[in-house]
Design a protein around this ligand. Structure first.
Ligand code: HEC
Length: 129
């Protein structure tokens, strides 16, 4: 009887760390997955929107904007979801926040292009209005 109790106690000790590792792994996966979903990498669809504002836009212009958004624009607060604000609200916010982030003109242009193109893509997909 006693040996059985000890056995199940040992098993518990093995199960807990395993559960913990699975939980951490899953959280990391979910987090990365959300990041890609909310702030997608530049692709042709996004570039089509970007080209309406800037003929010379390329995938790497958009990637630079995305990087700035995910690193600098989330250093004082979280990276706000793009669908949270309208295009005209974003224009105002991006100008003001680019000063907060001490962006030069090129950086402001890149981050603005990424955010506004994504905003248009979301509106088109009718995810938000
Ligand atoms: C130096 C810190 C700092 C950096 C860098 C920064 N912000 Fe902010 N941000 C703030 C503070 C403080 C507020 C809240 C007060 C305010 O609205 O001015 C704010 C508010 C916001 C809001 C909410 C506005 C509203 O009215 O609801 C958005 C959206 C935002 N920031 C986006 C950005 C973007 C995009 C960037 C990058 C270009 C950025 N922030 C960089 C400090 C920062």
């Amino acid at each position: 009887m006693q040996s059985k109790t000890i056995y199940s106690h040992r098993r518990k000790l093995k199960v807990l760390p395993t559960l913990f590792v699975v939980w951490v792994g899953f959280s990391l996966f979910a987090c990365t997955n959300n990041l890609i979903k909310n702030f997608p990498l530049a692709d042709q669809g996004l570039l089509n929107h970007a080209k309406k504002t800037d003929h010379q836009a390329t995938l790497s212009t958009l990637d630079r904007g995305r990087q700035l958004y995910l690193t600098k624009c989330s250093s004082c607060h979280r990276a706000y979801p793009i669908g949270k604000y309208s295009t005209s609200q974003w224009q105002e916010i991006l100008h003001e926040m680019s000063m907060n982030a001490k962006f030069n003109l090129q950086q402001e242009k890149d981050v603005t292009l990424y955010v506004l193109s994504l905003r248009q893509l979301l509106a088109q997909a009718a995810t938000v209005r």
